[in-house]
Each structure stands twice: as structure tokens, then as C-alpha cells.
Design a protein around this ligand. Structure first.
Ligand code: COA
Length: 175
């Protein structure tokens, strides 16, 4: 995505958040479907100093996550090659459910603002605000059907390629 169509709008009310979610879904290639239950989701927006929406994170309550199974990397020399390999390969996960609390349904950062720790900061904020009075551990968070970018990010953020995923078959386990 080259431009940020939401840069012009002040954010107010659910309608605008819906529009932002639609734009994020288009960018992620998701089919348009309204969020089922607003009371169970939390949306965080990252607003830049010049008042533009440059990040969006939508989280929901979940009960289970499934651990990504890390594939053995072929003998790779550079970090660049590793990223290229990670981008190309599909991910697999265990069928064994593990308890989880918070599902990251969508996480998105405006293309020109990536690699500035915006996604990391949104997750930090989520972890302290998702449940009142408690700070979620990384183990209690799962990522919905991660994209290649999402996988690279989650691997780095969680400190392991074996992070939790959910929601990979028609929205199952999202409540
Ligand atoms: C995935 C995404 C949200 C990451 O946002 P971000 O603000 O760039 O992430 P951060 O800056 O917090 O990244 C933290 C670390 O994760 C790793 N990382 C993040 N994105 C990466 C990428 N595309 N390639 C390789 N490593 C990446 C890096 O180690 C990075 O630290 P570094 O920049 O110091 O090397 C962003 O790339 C995005 O919006 N992508 C398009 C939407 C998408 O695919 N969302 C994921 C859905 S699961």
C-alpha cells in the first residue's frame, strides 16, 4: 500500500474504526466481514504526531491457541536469506490446543512506518490493557492466521518461532 487514505480523518466513534478495519482487511486480503461481537474485541489505533492513523491492532478473547511448528532451516548464511526463506514457506501448527487469553485478530502498520517498533508498542499497550489490572504474558497471546510479515514479527516479538496461532479454519476458536 503506497498511501494512507485515513490520514485525513480525525478518529471519532465506531463508524470510523469500522472504516479503518475495512482498509486494514483490504490490505491484509481478508474478506469483508463485520466483527461479530464488539464487546469482546478491543481496537487500538496508533496515531502519529501529525495525527494520522498509522497502526491498528484488533484483539479478541480466545480460549485456545496452537503452537507453530518450526521447520528446520536449510543451511542459510545471511539474515537476508533467512527472511526470504521465512517469507516463502507456509507455516504449520500443532493440533494440540493450549490455553490462551488474547487473540490478535489483526495487526497492521502503515507501510511507510514499518520497522519503527509501532507494532511492538501496540502489543505492549494491549498486554497492559486487555484485562484490567493484569499484564498478559507473551504466552497468553496468539496470532490469527499470520501473514509472512506477521510471522517474522511474531517470531521476533515472542522470542521464538513457536508462538501461538488461532483462527486458521473459518474463524474457529475466536470466542
Ligand atoms: C507485521 C507488521 C504489523 C509489523 O509492524 P512493525 O511496526 O513494522 O513491527 P516492529 O517494528 O515492531 O517490528 C519488531 C521486530 O520484528 C521483526 N520484523 C517486523 N517486521 C518484519 C519484516 N517484515 N521482516 C523481517 N522482520 C520483521 C524485526 O526483527 C523487527 O525489529 P527490527 O526492525 O529492529 O529488526 C507490519 O509489517 C504490517 O503491518 N504488515 C502488513 C500487515 C500484516 O501482514 N500484518 C500481520 C498480520 S498477522
Amino acid at each position: 500500500m503506497g498511501s494512507n487514505p485515513y490520514s485525513r480523518y480525525p478518529v471519532s466513534g465506531m463508524g470510523k474504526v469500522d472504516e479503518i478495519r475495512e482498509m486494514v482487511d483490504n490490505d491484509l486480503g481478508f474478506q469483508q466481514a463485520p466483527l461479530m461481537c464488539y464487546s469482546r474485541t478491543k481496537t487500538l489505533l496508533f496515531i502519529s504526531n501529525d495525527k494520522k492513523v498509522v497502526g491498528c491492532l484488533i484483539a479478541e478473547h480466545i480460549q485456545w491457541g496452537y503452537r507453530v511448528i518450526e521447520e528446520k532451516l536449510p543451511a542459510i548464511r545471511s539474515e537476508e536469506e533467512k527472511v526470504r526463506f521465512e517469507r516463502q514457506k507456509a507455516w504449520c501448527c500443532s493440533t494440540l490446543p493450549e490455553p490462551a487469553i488474547c487473540g490478535i485478530s489483526r495487526i497492521w502498520v502503515f507501510s511507510m512506518m514499518r520497522r519503527k517498533k509501532i507494532a511492538s508498542r501496540m502489543i505492549e499497550c494491549l498486554r497492559s490493557n486487555f484485562i484490567y489490572g493484569s499484564y498478559l504474558s507473551k504466552e497468553e497471546i496468539a496470532f490469527s492466521d499470520p501473514t509472512p510479515d506477521g510471522k517474522l514479527f511474531a517470531t521476533q516479538y515472542c522470542g521464538t518461532g513457536q508462538f501461538l496461532v488461532y483462527n486458521f479454519i473459518n474463524g474457529q476458536n475466536s470466542t
